[in-house]
Design a protein around this ligand. Structure first.
Ligand code: NCD
Ligand code: ZN
Length: 351
């Protein structure tokens, strides 16, 4: 940060983003296109994006929702199921715009019911994936309802992820949206080829935010917010500048009516202010000088993509987040709706 409270970054990437489809897609894509050069789009539509052909068609629908003149490149991930044929790995690689396959343990999160019921069912595909050099993006939580919801990520590391990383010793793995000290320790100590994304909400909030003055459905996502000690461990790791940690917002829009419900959906929408929220988090941890590498270098380097050209300039000027945004026939409540964010985007240079 310079003396006037500004920071300039190479144009960043969001390596974990949900944009949905149809009217919802049209409502949310412009927010990401205004901030990020590229985003890795999650495949948990209904029905899921399982094949290369489906991903290419979805990619065209996303491109059609990008405002004219905004250079925004969607990168794709395929939804892994028990039935995914092993040859899909080569088809995906040949497409040139698919970065990997997403492992949702069946039942772990929003639209994950078609996910993998037993990791052994996909060993054949993982073998081929390892050969292609594409990545496995992992939602890292066990689904056993007997396991405490706050322990599901740590349990997943011990029972699934660590053995998987050992069995497929060259498989590139992204442990998505890590939330715990255990996950930080695993990733930083793991073999080469293992990385993780970190969301703004898990850097900024702990689980008290779910119950601040009443139950807060707009702070509910999966993996659920964790303890302050976990949040501090995430911040310390990000502040340390490890190239294994990079930006993935997990911005996950749901209509207000689906969130404010007796059984509200998991997912926090942050695309309207994602980079600004990370700037707040990095400032609070005294590490604004680390933001550029986290947002624009580490992820691109991990995936073997060129770093983006262009620049984004953020200034320390507060703004009020609107109480809601239009979302098809409904409304969308962004993180910090009706409250302030301390940073704003002042300029974007595209080349
Ligand atoms: C995501 C969604 O709504 O698609 N929800 C969430 O709470 N993060 C799915 C996911 O990434 O787990
Ligand atoms: Zn997600």
């Amino acid at each position: 940060m310079n003396a006037s409270g500004a920071v300039t970054l190479r144009r960043p990437d969001d390596f974990h983003l949900h944009v949905r489809d149809g009217e919802a897609l049209a409502a949310v894509v412009p927010f990401s296109a205004a901030r990020f050069a590229r985003a890795l789009i999650m495949p948990n539509l209904r029905p899921p994006v399982r094949t290369t052909a489906e991903a290419l068609a979805y990619r065209q629908r996303i491109l059609a929702a990008v405002p004219a003149g905004a250079p925004f490149t969607p990168l794709m991930s395929l939804y892994l199921t028990d039935q995914t044929p092993a040859e899909e790995a080569e088809r995906a690689r040949e497409s040139g715009c698919i970065l990997g396959f997403k492992l949702y343990p069946a039942g772990a999160t929003t639209h994950s019911d078609a996910g993998v019921t037993d990791i052994r069912a996909v060993y054949g595909l993982l073998e081929r994936l390892q050969e292609t050099g594409l990545a496995l993006q992992v939602h890292g939580e066990v689904t056993d309802p007997r396991v405490d919801v706050f322990d599901r990520e740590a349990r997943f590391i011990d029972t699934v992820l660590a053995p998987l990383a050992e069995r497929f010793a060259r498989l590139r793995i992204v442990f998505e949206h890590i939330t715990t000290r255990a996950a930080v320790e695993f990733v930083l100590g793991a073999r080469e080829g293992i990385a993780a994304t970190v969301t703004p909400q898990h850097l900024l909030m702990n689980r008290n935010a779910l119950f601040a003055g009443g139950i807060r459905p707009h702070h509910y996502c999966l993996p659920v917010l964790k303890s302050e000690a976990d949040r501090e461990a995430l911040c310390a790791a990000v502040r340390g500048g490890s190239p294994r940690l990079f930006l993935g917002t997990d911005s996950a829009p749901h209509a207000r009516s689906a969130k404010e419900s007796a059984c509200g959906c998991a997912g926090i929408f942050s695309a309207h202010a994602a980079l600004e929220l990370y700037a707040e988090a990095f400032e609070a941890m005294g590490a604004l000088d680390r933001l550029e590498a986290f947002a624009a270098h580490h992820g691109a380097d991990f995936y073997g993509l060129p770093r983006n050209g262009g620049r984004v300039r953020l200034v320390k000027t507060a703004w009020d987040v609107p109480p809601s945004y239009p979302f098809g026939a409904g409304e969308l409540i962004g993180l910090r709706a009706g409250e302030r964010i301390g940073w704003r985007i002042a300029a974007v240079e595209e080349t």
